[in-house]
Design a protein around this ligand. Structure first.
Ligand code: SF4
Length: 455
């Protein structure tokens, strides 16, 4: 059903609230581009929406309950107004499916990540027939075929581009294989086309996304394309300045990918490589299928090829069965590899995963371990930020900060930088003199060539 046939739909407004990872951010943007074809315009004011979309994340604790609370808040807002079409999308939608509509009749449509190509029809059917719909099939190929035909209009300086979805690795704590489905890699050519479009829109940095991004493998009759091929092809887009990718699995850090850190001038020297635990025993319990020694060998190969590379990681603390000795092993690893910008959480069970019923470690012990590891991680982060004081760092300028004469950007190692700047520097890589810092950010002033006396 197109706009021409539905002039009444011209003034519809949609409010999209996004929880979770970068892929959800990318998906919300693509969902918007899809529903704009049936006349919806984005609004930042929830109360004026005719359609309310909640794009959910299943990674955090109590994800399901948070969704119901959120819907409760929407219900209150619209108590004396016409009810919007309420859509729950994302990983909670996939995991909970029809149960959501049964439990909360205020929800009209429940749609999983591999069914987003059906969102327009679901909304239109609901408006016409008041039909409640649950769409949670794994139609990944159809989904990408559909979205490949819709232009990506994102024009942010730093944008995301999904190249791969799903996972076949089944770590025991993780919901991804159940919520995003089996591994699927998009067409190499369509990805390059989309990247060129993003750059044409004004993007200067692209982060390639996948739950298992470095498992990317697009097969044709006579050739295979891997993540390394994508990186080297993106390298050729002259206006593109930086390339990143996330999230990787250590087992898929293949030689061709490692070589990119030598060959590519645009690939940022920053690797987010989750290890989860520094103990081989716990890695086995988690079904991670690699050892700490293997992880260290990847780390060393990367450092050898480019010593400037910095690492970040994810840690699950107090995984069921983790002993004091296991935790010490993790601390040892953290001291050895001086990770920056890492994520660390106490294990929390996800319904439907193999680790769901395992016996939890005493909460006080878990909290104490988390405190110890975070002290170590954050201390190094602060130290690393301190090392940049009074130095020039190259920052890709993402945006001006509202109502201030300040700008926001990131270093090649992903550290946030807030600085005083000049006009027309958005989208440029500029040298910034760092004058102060805190744990998460650097602060300074831009030093364009004409201002630099001594670099
Ligand atoms: S490899 Fe990553 S996405 Fe796949 S199951 Fe493990 S943690 Fe989840």
């Amino acid at each position: 059903m197109g706009l021409k046939k539905n002039p009444k739909l011209m003034s519809k407004k949609v409010f999209i609230k996004t929880f979770g990872c970068q892929m959800n951010e990318y998906d919300s943007n693509r969902i918007y581009e899809s529903i704009s074809k049936i006349g919806y315009k984005k609004t930042k004011i929830c109360d004026e929406a005719n359609c309310y979309i909640l794009n959910t994340c299943h990674i955090r604790d109590k994800a399901k309950e948070k969704v119901y609370h959120e819907i409760g808040r929407v219900k209150k807002k619209f108590k004396f107004k016409q009810k919007p079409v309420v859509v729950v999308a994302g990983c909670v939608a996939q995991a909970e499916n029809n149960e959501m509509i049964k439990r909360e009749p205020y929800i009209d449509i429940v749609i999983g990540p591999q069914s987003y190509h059906k969102i327009n029809d679901s909304i239109l059917n609901h408006i016409k027939e008041k039909e409640k719909k649950e769409q949670t099939e794994f139609d990944t190929i159809l989904k990408f075929d559909y979205f490949d035909k819709i232009r990506n209009n994102n024009s942010k300086v730093s944008t995301f581009l999904t190249i791969q979805e799903g996972c076949d690795k089944f770590c025991k704590f993780c919901v991804v294989p159940y919520t995003r489905g089996p591994e699927y890699s998009r067409s190499f050519y369509k990805i390059i086309e989309e990247a060129k479009q993003l750059v044409k829109n004004g993007s200067k940095e692209i982060t390639l996304l996948g739950q298992n991004v470095n498992a990317y493998l697009y097969e044709e009759e006579n050739s295979n394309f891997r993540l390394s091929d994508l990186i080297m092809a993106l390298e050729e887009i002259s206006e593109l300045k930086r390339i990143r990718y996330t999230t990787s699995h250590p087992l898929d850090m293949t030689d061709d990918l490692i070589k990119c850190y030598e060959k590519s001038r645009k690939l940022a020297p920053f690797v987010h490589l989750p290890i989860q635990s520094g103990s081989n025993r716990v890695l086995k319990l988690m079904n991670r299928n690699h050892t700490v020694e293997y992880y260290l060998s990847v780390y060393e190969r990367l450092k050898k090829i480019n010593p400037k590379i910095e690492f970040s990681s994810d840690f699950i603390i107090a995984y069921p069965g983790e002993t004091e000795e296991d935790f010490e092993e993790t601390m040892k690893l953290v001291k050895k590899i001086k990770f920056v910008n890492s994520y660390s959480f106490i294990f929390s069970p996800r319904p439907g995963t193999a680790a769901f019923h395992l016996e939890l470690i005493n909460n006080n012990i878990a909290k104490e371990r988390l405190k110890l590891i975070q002290n170590e991680l954050f201390n190094y982060q602060r130290l690393k930020n301190k090392m940049t004081e009074n130095k020039l760092v190259n920052v890709l300028v993402e945006n001006k900060i509202n109502n201030q004469n300040k700008f926001f950007g990131r270093t090649e190692h992903m550290t946030a930088v807030i600085f005083d700047g000049e006009k027309n520097i958005e989208g440029k890589i500029v040298p910034v003199l760092i004058t102060s810092f805190n744990q998460n950010s650097l602060f300074g002033v831009v030093k364009l060539k004409k201002n630099i006396k001594a670099a």
